[in-house]
Structures are given as structure tokens and as C-alpha cells.
Ligand binder design. Structure first.
Ligand code: NAD
Length: 480
């Protein structure tokens, strides 16, 4: 059984307590590896190592930092099969998805920020007859990165790469539910010649390791992706310590489909935006609103497609959905389906657990589920379920759909389907979201700002926004 280790000060080490937690393969419902049950003492050692490495890393020419990061990207690429297999086993997602999305994106994150830093320039502001301001951006020091289980290596590296590129040293914590590819990344860092202490990866529970990162006085910025409630806890501790905070939190994204849309594309993309990664992507559209003239036609065609979607074990090349990430998560999703029924919803397809045969019989599989007939204000339509469950609701006017779309506490992303250009822009302008896709979904340009409004987060990741977050600007004025 693989025993995962922490990566601290350039070494793969056991937790100080020498105690381990079970790591479960959700496709079989069985323990398959052990993960360090680290505590604050491990974070103390990791933070001291990061602090000691900071002068070396931050003063290293950025070209050299970039080369080390490009080497990390190259090694992940060379070990693609190992990473793909590990991500899919740990998370339950189809291997095809890990191969097409998760691991290539982790490689891109390193490449993107390794090269972005070479183009990151200081600003200057000239004042006629007075002088000139120039703004220097310096790395912060030791930063904390905490990430969730849904896109494990993808989101972990989305934080670590800009932090390192900007010259910071990092203490990072992957989700305890999906730690394996972070462990493989630590081995890659050893092989890539990452200097000791620059990146430290500490495994364990959120309330121990995550909490210790949040509270450590020498960690002066926290980049967190995860649930809104956890974000609130972290902000409650970090804000009074005046730490810089970037919070990427939950969502309840609307998918707004007008009658004049390109029906076929809207239909096939909505299938993906509803159920990709078992609906466990923060950008999945969980509330589908369809304009009345095409409501029944769209609903019936959608339900037919969903009912035919194959749920299978992750290594099945035909699998469109794999297992959801854990038993408690499966139970949470099933409890929301029960709640939807209590709230008057009608399950049009799905709504049940899938029992596969043989070695996969105890895995956590769910049929993709479509629910109709719910009020937009009910809990099912307001709370994040984060699983393969969507609701479908008709609307008559733009005003009505915007009222429903904007009614939740969240504001992460939105998708709009219409061939009317003016309307597309108008609705995009009005919808509460940090990211809007018109006639598409999940097209990502790593240069663009990424993040949400309202309870979906604070701050933006991506491109120079991330490099701004991971640096402290100092403005210097010179009288001329
Ligand atoms: P979570 O909040 O339970 O955990 C996220 C991370 O925080 C984990 O590493 C966890 O161990 C750690 N953590 C837990 N308690 C902590 C504490 N008290 N202090 C510090 N760290 C703590 O979230 P999850 O269940 O892993 O992920 C699902 C959530 O993430 C969903 O709400 C989803 O919408 C959100 N998400 C958001 C984005 C985005 O970009 N906005 C992307 C992916 C997922």
C-alpha cells in the first residue's frame, strides 16, 4: 500500500506524529493508500524551511526560477500516464478526463507562469513638471496554498505556479481526500532540482494542517480554493492578522438558454456543463433556465441524452461519468435529491445510486439527475450540491430569468445561449458572475481574471492578476 509522505525542506518525510489516515479509492470504496496525519508541528517545520529558502529563491534571476519550473512541467509531461492513473484512481473521475483536462492543465499552469514572470514588468507614472512614480513588485515571502479535491493537481498547481514564479516560497496543502498527485508532484520537484524549502507540501486534515497554515504568523498570504464555509473560517482567522487573501469559493451557476439559441450546440454543451467530472466542477451549470417556446423540446432532448449517459468505472474508455469523490459526498448529493422531492421537484431522470459489478460494486456512483418543477427560491435551487444534479426551469422574459439567476448568494460563473448578439451582451452585463461564457462553456485562457463575486469569493486568479496577488507593490516617487 502506498504511504504518502510530506515534502518538507526538499525531503520526503513522515509526519512528526508518525500517524496516517486512510486514503480511499472511490471507484471501489476501498482504502488503497495512507496519508500523513500532519499537525501544526509539521507546518512549523515547513514554514521555517520556506523562510530559510526565501532569500535564495527570491534573489535568483527569474530566468533561472523559470527554468526550474519548466523542468517540473516537462517531468509531469514525461510521467503523464502515471499522473493520469493516479488522479483518476484518487478522485474517481474517468481517466479520459484526467488525460484530456486535469494533468495537461497542471503542465500548462507551470509553463504559463514560468514564462509569464519573464514578461512581468513594473509600471511607472510620469507627473508633468513634478517627477515620476515607479512601482516595484516584490515577492511577499512565505505564502500558503490550500486546494480542494475536485480538480486536485489542476487547482493545486494553479496556485503554486504563480506563487513560485513571483519568487515566493510556498507551504501547500492538497485536499486530504485526493492527495496522490500532489505527492507525485513532490517527487517531480526533487528530480527537477527545486531548491530545498522553496515548495513544501504538507498532507493532512483541514482542521489541522489548513488551520495551522492559516494561523502561522510567518505565512503572510493565503490562497484558498474550496467551500464558502471554509473560506469564511479562513478569512475570520487571517483577516485580523492582515494577511493577503485570495478566496475561490462555491457556486450555483445559471445556464440561461434562449429560444433563438443554436439548439444542437446548446444541448450537447449543456450535457457537459452539467455533468463533467460528475458535476464536481465549481464552474458546472447547476440551474438550467430555458425560454418557454423551446422548454419542452429542450427538456425532452436533454433528458433523453442524460438517460443514455454512461456511468462506469474510471478506466472504462466509454465512461462519461465515473465515481463521485467519497461516500459522505455521495450521501450528501443523495440527500439533496430527497430534499428536492420534498420541495415538490420531479426527478425526470436519475436520482439514484448506480451499483456496478465485481470489484467496483462498493464504489460511489450516481446516475446523472435532472429535476423539474422547483421554485427558484427553494433550497435545492439556492444551495451548492456539487454533484451530478441539475434543475431545469422555464422562463418567459429576460427580466424574469435574471431575477432567478441572480437570486443566490453565489456569483461564480454563468453561461448564456442566444444568437442575438445584443441580448447576449446585455444579459452578460447584468448577471452576477465573475466569469461568463456566451455560446460556450469552460473555454479557458490562462491570461484572463478568474474568480467570483458575492459568496463565490474574493480576488481573482489567472494571468497577471495572480502575479499581482503574489507580490507586494511598492510605489516610489522621484522628484525631477
Ligand atoms: P473544503 O472547503 O472542504 O476544502 C478545501 C480545502 O480546505 C481542503 O484542502 C481542506 O482540507 C481545507 N480545509 C478544510 N477546513 C479547513 C480549515 N478550517 N482551515 C483551513 N483549511 C481547511 O472544499 P472541498 O469540499 O474540498 O471542495 C469543494 C468546494 O470547493 C465546493 O464548494 C466548490 O465550489 C469549491 N471550488 C471552488 C472553485 C473556484 O475556483 N471557485 C474551484 C473548485 C472548487
Amino acid at each position: 500500500m502506498i504511504q504518502i509522505q510530506n515534502y518538507i525542506n526538499g525531503q520526503l518525510v513522515a509526519p512528526k506524529s508518525n500517524s496516517y489516515l486512510d486514503n480511499i479509492d472511490p471507484s471501489r470504496g476501498k482504502v488503497y493508500s495512507k496519508i500523513p496525519d500532519s499537525k501544526s508541528e509539521d507546518i512549523n517545520v515547513a514554514t521555517a524551511a520556506a523562510k530559510a529558502a526565501f532569500p535564495l529563491w527570491s534573489n535568483m534571476p527569474k530566468e533561472q526560477r523559470s527554468d526550474i519550473m519548466l523542468k517540473v512541467a516537462q517531468l509531469i509531461e514525461e510521467r503523464m500516464d502515471e499522473f493520469v492513473g493516479a488522479e483518476s484512481l484518487d478522485n474517481g473521475k474517468p481517466e479520459s478526463l484526467a488525460r484530456a483536462v486535469d494533468i495537461p492543465r497542471a503542465v500548462s499552469n507551470f509553463k504559463f507562469f514560468a514564462t509569464a514572470i519573464l514578461h512581468f514588468a513594473s509600471e511607472s507614472h510620469y507627473m508633468e513638471g513634478l517627477g515620476v512614480n515607479y512601482t516595484v513588485r516584490k515577492p511577499i515571502g512565505v505564502v500558503g496554498c490550500i486546494s480542494p479535491w475536485n480538480l486536485p493537481l489542476y487547482l493545486f498547481t494553479w496556485k503554486i505556479a504563480p506563487a513560485l514564479a513571483a519568487g515566493n516560497c510556498v507551504v501547500a496543502k492538497p485536499s486530504e481526500i485526493t492527495p496522490m498527485t500532489a505527492f507525485l508532484l513532490s517527487k517531480v520537484c526533487v528530480d527537477a532540482g527545486m531548491p530545498a524549502g522553496v515548495l513544501n507540501i504538507v498532507h493532512g486534515l483541514g482542521q489541522n494542517v489548513g488551520d495551522a497554515i492559516t494561523k502561522h504568523p510567518d505565512i503572510t498570504a493565503i490562497s484558498f480554493t474550496g467551500g464558502t464555509q471554509t473560506g469564511k473560517t479562513i478569512a475570520g482567522i487571517a483577516a485580523p492578522m492582515f494577511k493577503k487573501l485570495s478566496l475561490e469559493l462555491g457556486g450555483k451557476n445559471p445556464n440561461i438558454i434562449f429560444a433563438d439559441c443554436d439548439f444542437k450546440t446548446a444541448l450537447s454543451t449543456t450535457l457537459r456543463s452539467s455533468f463533467a467530472n460528475q458535476g464536481q466542477i465549481c464552474l458546472c451549470g447547476s440551474r438550467i433556465f430555458v425560454e418557454r417556446p423551446i422548454y419542452e423540446k429542450f427538456r425532452d432532448a436533454f433528458v433523453e441524452k442524460v438517460a443514455k449517459t454512461k456511468v462506469s468505472f474510471p478506466t472504462d474508455p466509454e465512461a462519461k461519468l465515473g465515481a463521485v469523490v467519497s461516500k459522505p459526498h455521495m450521501e450528501k448529493v443523495l440527500s439533496y435529491i430527497e430534499l428536492a422531492k420534498e420541495e415538490g421537484g420531479k426527478v425526470l431522470t436519475g436520482g439514484v445510486q448506480v451499483h456496478l459489478d465485481g470489484e467496483y460494486k462498493d464504489g460511489y456512483y450516481l446516475r446523472p439527475t435532472v429535476i423539474e418543477g422547483l421554485d427558484y427560491k427553494c433550497r435545492t435551487n439556492q444551495e451548492e450540491i456539487f454533484g451530478p444534479v441539475v434543475t431545469i426551469t422555464p422562463f418567459d422574459t429576460e427580466e424574469e430569468v435574471l431575477k432567478m439567476a441572480n437570486s443566490t448568494i453565489y456569483g461564480l460563473s454563468a453561461t448564456i445561449w442566444t444568437e442575438n448578439l445584443t441580448r447576449a451582451h446585455r444579459v452578460a452585463d447584468e448577471v452576477h458572475a465573475g466569469i461568463v461564457w456566451i455560446n460556450s462553456w469552460l473555454v479557458r485562457d490562462l491570461r484572463t481574471p478568474f474568480g467570483g463575486v458575492k459568496a463565490s469569493g474574493v480576488g481573482r486568479e489567472g494571468g497577471f492578476e495572480a502575479l499581482h496577488f503574489f507580490t507586494e507593490p511598492k510605489n516610489i516617487f522621484v522628484k525631477l
